[in-house]
Design a protein around this ligand. Sequence first.
Ligand SMILES: Nc1ncnc2c1ncn2[C@@H]1O[C@H](COP(=O)(O)OP(=O)(O)OP(=O)(O)O)[C@@H](O)[C@H]1O
Length: 226
Amino acid sequence: MIEFQQVSKRYDSDHTALRHVSFGLGRGELAFLTGHSGAGKSTLLKLILLMERPSAGKVVVGGQLLNTMPRRQIPYVRRHIGAVFQNHQLLFDRTVFDNVAMPLEVMGVSHQDIGRRVRAALDKVGLLSKEKMNPVQLSGGEQQRVGIARAVVNKPPVLLADEPTGNLDPELSADIMHLFEQFSQVGVTVLIATHDIALIESMGRRRLTLAHGELLTTPPAGRVVA
Ligand SMILES: Nc1ncnc2c1ncn2[C@@H]1O[C@H](COP(=O)(O)OP(=O)(O)OP(=O)(O)O)[C@@H](O)[C@H]1O
């Protein structure tokens, strides 16, 4: 579902953020992306989201080569990728329902379908009873779950998360991870960038580790070999 072939990314400043990175993630696979600050984790996610383009190598998502994707196609590619960020980027002047509905509104989904799909997504993250509230009235963990509901409301086959548990205590972090596991069980490919080593170890999933832009060897079982 996600494939990197010898991908390098050099920013204009002549700084190489990724060097010859190759890996593949299959349908329904859940993996973690780790590495020191500045190792290139966000850059790798940005290449999948077409927020950046590779300087060399190939990025293939859902069978589509992203390198040469014309700009006007970018919104269509992004519809197939859900993204969750640490600061969850919710709009505080709209209700929980409206926040989750946003991607569907952009896609021109009918009013009736929006209601059905938003409620299904909120139900999945356990927030159906809070649809009329403003995100400001919710706890940090609940806000993060609203962000996850918004990311999955159009059922994307790929879900990316950048430090999704950064502000949360261990118990809430485990809840969020459990949600990600549930999505992977129904076939969603999930890639989670995090510094939370304890959490990663507790999950026993595959780990992709970047160091200074290079991917360390990762056998499929998940153990990292430097
Ligand atoms: N737009 C940009 N222009 C120039 N350099 C950049 C840009 N974005 C990132 N970099 C550099 O590329 C390197 C990798 O950054 P990146 O944000 O991908 O790392 P990261 O692993 O996500 O770090 P962190 O864990 O701190 O978020 C860093 O040295 C960073 O300064």
